[in-house]
Design a protein around this ligand. Structure first.
Ligand code: PEP
Ligand code: CO
Length: 454
């Protein structure tokens, strides 16, 4: 069935600053507008973080995942911090994503498209613009791109210079990732590069080693018997993503490329729109409808079929493959009720989307000691149901969106080592949401291969 467009939206004029005329939620109030203008001017003149060639190649890769030909793994921190822009932390995060993708590619027998929540995930939506402690109210902390975490008047004041510091940190992070990947770190023949020092004798690492051994032998076998250099397999593409929240930042790195006749947001390959900022007539949707990047839309339990179809019409009027990824994050208790009507509406409209499950954000809870956590059993339950729901609807669950780290953190409950509430305090370090540690992430990768094969 053809996807019905509203002609007006398809032909509307668009400009990079058109969002300023719309209601735009979750933006800081910059009181020093001169400093803001100066920072944005500088940011606009700096070279882009990613290129349109890469962005287009990711769109093509997502279009393939829509057909079930590949699987997308999107993962990283809830919030990156400037302080954690260190080689160890970047490498360990990359290692976990590479190890997970190795397990997934082997188990699913498909190429894995890797997208890090990295190199720009510095701005966070907040439930309230102000935070109050005792008699004092200050602007909420909105991530390192906006202000500083400590509760003082000076630190909480949104600081435009942080837009430049964030751009620089993103560029440093991606530069390091690119060097690692191009230099052979991601070579499938050398997965020993990806071992994490602190992982000892975990059940996941043993299962992982068996898989690594099989893959290495089968690669060697193919190369010897065909005499072909599988060099394309040696290089691992790696893409970046962040929530496209702070529109001044996104706009400043948005360029019109003559050779393509299109606008691109070159802060990242794959921005996503959070549901809190997904009003069809709001500033975020207005901004992102005009850029050619593939993009995600987070959809939670409050999403309605009408709202979703509006978003698809506005953001993808030509129904272009690879353009839209719907990242559903419903919670284990709700996904069975709320996802099927949305799948049905999208199918009836004939809209092309990649369905991706974020089993993290609908399963947050606060336990007795006040810690915000997630239980692996709920994460797994949502993921399992998501696979089943798509399979019975005849749609493809083509990706997963996770919050994880390569550090040995204790932020989510459960997993092979039975981390419990009391154990959370051992190494609870996240700035915002609780992340999976290495073992928990690998456990999920194995679960995904079982589910997808079922
Ligand atoms: C996030 O991805 O970190 C996030 C805030 O998600 P959501 O908007 O889906 O709650
Ligand atoms: Co989060």
């Amino acid at each position: 069935m053809a996807f019905a467009l509203t002609d007006k939206q398809a032909t509307d004029q668009w400009s990079p600053d058109g969002w300023l005329a719309r209601e735009t939620l979750q933006q800081p109030v910059y009181r020093d507008t001169e400093a803001l203008d100066a920072a944005l001017k500088e940011l606009s003149a700096l070279p882009p973080i990613v290129t349109s060639w890469e962005v287009e190649s990711l769109r093509g890769a997502i279009a393939e995942a829509q057909q079930g030909e590949s699987f997308v793994l999107q993962g990283g921190d809830c919030a990156e911090t400037f302080e954690e822009c260190t080689s160890d932390i970047i490498v360990s995060r990359l290692k976990v994503l590479l190890q997970m993708s190795l397990v997934l590619s082997y188990g699913l027998r498909k190429p894995i498209v890797r997208i890090g929540r990295m190199a720009g995930q510095y701005a966070k939506p907040r439930s309230a613009p102000l935070e109050s402690r005792e008699e004092v109210s200050l602007p909420s902390f909105r991530g390192d791109l906006v202000n500083r975490e400590s509760f003082t008047t000076g630190d909480r004041e949104p600081d435009p210079k942080l837009l430049l510091r964030g751009y620089e940190r993103a560029a440093l992070t991606l530069n390091f990732i690119r060097s690692l990947v191009d230099g052979g770190f991601a070579d499938l023949h050398h997965p020993e590069n990806w071992d994490l020092d602190w992982v000892n004798h975990s059940p996941q690492s043993q299962a992982y080693e068996v898989i690594v051994d099989r893959i290495t032998r089968s690669l060697d076998f193919i190369e010897h018997s065909t005499g072909r250099d599988l060099s394309r397999l040696r290089r691992t593409d790696f893409y970046t993503s962040h929530e496209g929240l702070l529109l001044h930042y996104e706009q400043a790195q948005t360029r019109y490329l003559d050779h393509r006749g299109l606008w691109y947001d070159l802060t990242a390959h794959f921005p996503w729109i959070g549901m809190r900022t997904a009003a069809p007539d709001g500033g975020h949707v207005e901004f992102f409808r005009g850029v050619a990047n593939p993009m995600g839309i987070k959809i939670g339990p409050g999403m309605t079929p009408e709202w979703l179809l509006d978003l698809l019409r506005i953001l993808n009027p030509k129904n272009q493959p690879g353009r839209i990824t719907l990242i559903h994050r419903m919670g284990a208790g709700k996904v069975g009720d709320v996802l099927p009507p949305l799948i049905d509406a999208v199918q009836r409209a004939g809209a092309l989307v990649l369905w991706m499950c974020d089993p993290m954000h609908g399963n947050i809870e606060t336990v007795a000691n006040g810690r915000k956590t997630r239980r692996l059993e709920n994460i797994e339950a949502e993921l399992r149901q998501a696979f089943e729901l798509h399979s019975s609807a005849g749609t493809v669950l083509g990706g997963v969106h996770l919050e994880l780290t390569g550090e040995n953190v204790t932020e989510c409950i459960g997993g092979a080592r039975g981390l419990d509430e009391a154990g959370l305090d051992k190494s609870y370090r996240t700035q915002v949401d609780p992340r999976l540690n290495y073992e928990q992430a690998m456990e999920l990768a194995m679960l995904i291969t079982q589910q997808a094969a079922a």
